[in-house]
Write a protein that binds this ligand. Sequence first.
Ligand code: ZN
Length: 122
Amino acid sequence: MRTPTGLERFGVVAPTIVREPARDDQDIPICAECGYPVAKSKGPHRVEKPQLVDDNLADALEYLVTYGWRCDRHAADVVMPSHASGPDAPGMIDGWIGVQLRFADEHVRYVPIPEREVADVE
Ligand SMILES: [Zn+2]
């Protein structure tokens, strides 16, 4: 685990940088920012202050949990969500849905999040 740095020590959480997953020439998942191998990080990760497209979701969620990879070698976490092709997140585990999230490159993509996280959101 990393130690808190910068503003985090004062309870201010840096927004997570969300990037598309990248792979090296041997098809190993790597960090889209620094190229570090991140295969072992596959699993659920928190995205702080997500740039959600849906206003109701944006108001309701200070963070979300998505499924994918994470690199912790940066001042702010870099999370690379696995691909969800639409709202039903076909191919994902039961109980996960796709929501539209704006990535660091300003493109909007569907990312998987647990359905229960948004169950209370109108
Ligand atoms: Zn990195």
